[in-house]
Write a protein of this length. Structure first.
Length: 78
């Protein structure tokens, strides 16, 4: 947020993205923990092959969604 006298000042780089990360930190931390759990399961090959492929695909989509939302936030707000 800007103070009344700061309307003309330039914002820092990634200011909007950092605000979004601060507001949604619990979602991003939870997502990273889930991705680490999936990566661990895939690394040790504890699941059947079909489930590994499905879980890897879902993890890839979740990582893409997370990164693309931050990239869109950067494009829009910064």
């Amino acid at each position: 947020m800007s103070r009344p006298g700061e309307l003309g000042k330039a914002r820092r780089k990634f200011h909007g993205v950092l605000q979004i990360l601060r507001y949604n930190v619990h979602y991003y931390v939870g997502g990273h923990i889930a991705l680490l759990a999936v990566a661990t399961l895939l690394w040790f090959q504890l699941l059947p092959r079909l489930m590994q492929v499905a879980l890897g695909g879902m993890a890839g989509l979740a990582a893409f969604w997370s990164l693309s939302s931050l990239a869109a936030s950067y494009y829009i707000y910064d």
